[in-house]
Design a protein around this ligand. Structure first.
Ligand code: ADE
Length: 244
């Protein structure tokens, strides 16, 4: 997969050199290119923003550098454009799974009050464009939201996670966990500060372990995420689920 990121703060993406994403890049599974939007400005001050038409506080990102940047970056290979913004549709695990299937993603990181709205309209003439929000709060720009989405997407690429199974058991994962958060996890020692690991996990009975994990996921979801329980269709629950 190729990912291009356009931002006025390319240094923000240094963490993409680390850990699993850094390893995936080094292994050639992932090609990440970070671009400085100011490279597509033509004035002495490398201006990327201006005052909003209609008045009001703050600044709006000018369309010209964005238009040129997208022409050049996307001109190289067909892409889907993601624009992180608090006014976008909410990004979730299903989006991460869907976007992980793409060959080429471009993230356009807005700052200030956002990017001139004509940029998304113009881009949509040539490529699929989606505005995505990572949650109902306002960040200083799309950079940290892009880091979040890139991590959620790239960990699903074949070969990025050490253990193929682990993504399937994750909270929200399709294939059984869609509307569930993962329950508690334990490792050695089996007794720590007077607390014992639940005996079923030491039993070696995989069926019983799976059932216990699902029960715990259902309970934790009910406790922490009643909104998800309300969104779960009755058919998604088996007989044992209903007893939890
Ligand atoms: N930019 C600013 N806030 C954001 C959010 N919550 N999600 C995505 N992009 C953003």
């Amino acid at each position: 997969m190729r990912i291009d990121i356009i931002s006025i703060f390319p240094d923000y993406f240094a963490p993409l050199e680390l850990s699993l994403i850094g390893k995936a890049r080094a292994a050639g599974l992932l090609d990440v290119r970070v671009h400085d939007l100011r490279a597509w400005t033509h004035d002495r001050h490398n201006t990327v923003d201006d005052t909003p038409y209609g008045g009001g506080p703050g600044m709006v990102m000018k369309p010209e550098p964005w238009g040129e940047a997208l022409d050049e970056v996307v001109g190289q290979a067909p892409a889907r454009l993601v624009l992180p913004t608090p006014s976008g549709r909410r990004f979730g695990q299903a989006d991460a799974e869907r976007l992980a299937e793409e060959e080429h993603l471009v993230f356009g990181c807005g700052r200030y009050e956002g990017i001139d709205s004509r940029v998304a309209v113009d881009a949509a003439r040539r490529m699929p464009v989606e505005e995505l929000s990572i949650g109902d709060y306002v960040l200083n720009g799309g950079e940290s939201a892009t880091l979040v989405m890139v991590e959620a997407i790239t960990r699903l690429l074949p070969g990025v996670l050490g253990n193929k199974e682990s993504a399937v058991q994750d909270s929200f994962a399709s294939g059984g966990m869609e509307n569930l958060v993962e329950g508690p996890v334990y490792t050695k020692p089996s007794v720590w500060r007077g607390q014992e690991v639940p005996p079923v996990l030491l039993s070696g009975n995989h069926g019983a372990v799976d059932r216990w994990r699902r029960d715990q996921a259902l309970r934790k979801t009910a406790r922490n995420r009643p909104d998800l329980v309300a969104a779960t269709p009755e058919e998604a629950l088996d007989r044992r689920d209903r007893e939890v």
